[in-house]
Write a protein that binds this ligand. Sequence first.
Ligand code: INI
Length: 157
Amino acid sequence: MNTFQGNLNIGSAERVAIIASRFNHLITDRLVEGAKDSFIRHGGDESKLDLVLVPGAYEIPFALNKILDKDKGKKYSGICCLGAVIRGATPHFDYVSAEATKGIANVALKYNACVSFGLLTTDTIEQAIERAGTKAGNKGFEAMNSLIELINLYKKF
Ligand code: INI
């Protein structure tokens, strides 16, 4: 059986972008730190890591679309999307989380791009804190790990 999978080494020549939303920035700042930590620990050159900030998670797919449209797959090896959607008293959460999730997937498929999904969708702020560098780890770190693995997997095809 031939098995294909990517490793977790990112070459120092690879350029990667993080798109992160500022909404709930107490949380998203920690996700960015986690993603940056993963990038550097796996061999990435910090000067090749770009951070693109958008107002909220709803805007992540639009920025992703714009960047990939301009980039044509030349500049970035991959893009890591980070955000935090936290349920409130109204149905707003459902619309924002659904559109951000669908939008990121649709744009990634449209451009056949390496994109990872580090969007927290939680019922409470406590759940978000747990996933942003405390009890449940750091989902930004995990999302960058997945991106690096995907970048290396794609090189095999
Ligand atoms: N954006 C988030 O990133 N997280 C949220 O929890 C959130 N809530 O709950 O409102 C949120 N809303 C803003 C939205 O993403 C857009 O920025 C806004 O609607 C303007 O387009």
